[in-house]
Design a binder for this molecule. Structure first.
Ligand SMILES: *Cc1c(COP(=O)(O)O)cnc(C)c1O
Length: 474
């Protein structure tokens, strides 16, 4: 059977110290052994004709055109098609990611029609199937550890529950995710799902996960893998909807811009990949809440982590954005050694400076906006009044940034990514708009089920011994 591409795609680490590997290894290992993040050795490029050829295709058909260069010879054409069809077949909207027009210039790309009501499903539904396929082919088991600011956790649990080849340990910051987000994780009862509430912030939880990977012995003993957006396959899956949306709005004839509510820099990095692949993107707006490290980095070079401030957009309450390292790799001229040195320094000083040349390079594609709670609320009310559209707070950060930006030609349409369904944050939405969104029936009776999770201190020793005592042997 023909592979989707003749050559294996080779992946390298952002820190230059790991052997090049193929797609299957990248998926299964998550983080590179030198502590870096994997990315393709070279960006695949689509021709103008390739992009024209996407016109009129459905979501699954588009995915099957975009993913092959990344998958290489790890899957056959039929397999890839089947996996995409199953991953996206159970989305509640048959367009998977519908575009909705708000006014002449602004569009929302609705990415929340998956099973857990956030855009994380787009990548994780696919990831769950890829894991299942590769693990059964190798007859292997793995242990996945992840940290979640809310939405990754439920999407990963939904995608992996019941998979007998995977133990999933999901860490969330105690009391800092919404009721619905927590219940979507903790009410799933499956022997391979382990929810841990960490007494600390998302960054504390993420630091614990990073430390587990850095402990080579522990990582090897449990065959650790990741479903956080450090896993390249997630980025790959997200690249698809940039092409899908752009082609529907006239690409490659017409350029467009995207505004992306950003936390870990995974989603907007997928937009960057689409642009590197040849999609005519005029601009990517990095929209942050008051946790604005990315805005500071892109506007004046100051990538320095402060304390995390809890906001109405918990999935963006992040100071250290893992995926930013992937952009930094390109901004360091793809010199892994140089980036490794910068990242080691960052680990101790918590700051990193982008010089003028790096800033100018980033500014060719990226701009950024910092949106506070008032601007977010005004935008939610505007969307309701203007477009009769109830939007969630995260999506409102993106839309607010799109409406504020002055960096885009007036004739260029701006697509704001709607990353969560408003019903995922009903209290905030009701407080701001006066309208209480109703939970779609597909989410089920969340408030009637029992919750299963354990609370642990943000301590490496506690969390690792918890995992060691519960993970099945690999
Ligand atoms: C995860 C998430 C984000 C941030 O996405 P990143 O890829 O981490 O930048 C934004 N909005 C919602 C609703 C999310 O779940």
């Amino acid at each position: 059977m023909a592979s989707v591409a003749d050559l294996p795609m080779t992946y390298i680490s952002t820190r230059g110290g790991a052997a090049p590997v193929g797609f299957e290894e990248v998926l299964l290992s998550g983080l590179a052994p030198d502590g870096g993040l994997y990315l393709p050795a070279a960006w695949p490029v689509l021709t103008r004709e390739d992009i024209e050829g996407l016109a009129g295709l459905g979501y699954v058909e588009t995915a099957v055109r975009i993913m092959p260069p990344f998958v290489g010879n790890a899957l056959s054409e039929d397999d890839l098609g089947w996996l995409c069809a199953s991953a996206y077949g159970n989305f509640a909207h048959d367009a998977v990611a519908p575009l909705v027009q708000l006014d002449e210039r602004h569009w929302m790309l609705e990415l929340f029609h998956g099973p857990t009501l956030a855009f994380k499903d787009v990548a994780l539904q696919m990831l769950g199937l890829l894991f299942a396929r590769f693990l059964s082919r190798r007859d292997r088991r793995i242990t996945i550890v992840g940290a979640t600011s809310g939405d990754t956790g439920s999407a990963a649990i939904e995608a992996l529950a019941g998979n007998s080849r995977i133990d999933l340990f999901m860490l969330h910051p105690l009391g800092r995710v919404s009721d619905i987000q927590r219940r979507q994780m903790t009410t799933v009862r499956a022997p391979n799902i382990h929810n841990i509430a960490i007494e600390g912030s998302f960054d504390d939880a993420q630091a614990l996960v990073k430390a587990m990977f850095a402990d080579r012995d522990f990582a090897r003993r449990h065959a650790l893998s990741a479903v956080n957006s450090i896993n390249w396959a997630r980025i790959m899956a997200q690249v698809v909807y940039y092409f899908y949306a752009a082609v529907r709005l006239g690409a490659p004839r017409r350029k467009l811009a995207f505004s992306v509510p950003t936390g870990n820099f995974g989603d907007v990095f997928a937009g960057y990949v689409a642009a590197r692949m040849g999609l005519p993107v005029e601009r990517l707006i990095v929209a942050t809440n008051v946790n604005d490290i990315l805005h500071r980095a892109l506007s004046d070079g100051d990538y320095s982590a402060g304390p995390v401030i809890a906001t109405a957009t918990p999935s963006m309450d992040i100071q250290v954005s893992s995926n930013f390292e992937r952009l930094l790799f390109d901004l360091h001229g793809r010199d892994g050694g140089a980036l490794a040195a910068s990242m080691r320094a960052f680990d101790t000083t918590r700051r990193l400076h982008l010089d003028a040349a790096q800033r100018a390079e980033a500014a060719r594609l990226f701009s950024s906006e910092r949106i506070d709670g008032d601007a977010m609320a005004r935008t939610m009310r505007w969307a309701l009044g203007q477009g009769n559209m109830l939007i969630d707070p995260h999506s409102a950060i993106g839309l607010a940034a799109a409406r504020r930006t002055t960096t885009i030609a007036p004739e260029t349409p701006i697509v704001s990514l709607a990353t969560a369904h408003p019903a995922k944050f009903p209290d905030t939405v009701e407080r701001i708009t006066g309208v209480r969104p109703t939970l779609p029936a597909r989410v089920g009776a969340l408030f009637e089920r029992g919750e299963y999770f354990d609370v642990l201190p943000a301590s490496f020793a506690d969390v690792t011994s918890y995992i060691a005592s519960r993970a099945l042997p690999v």
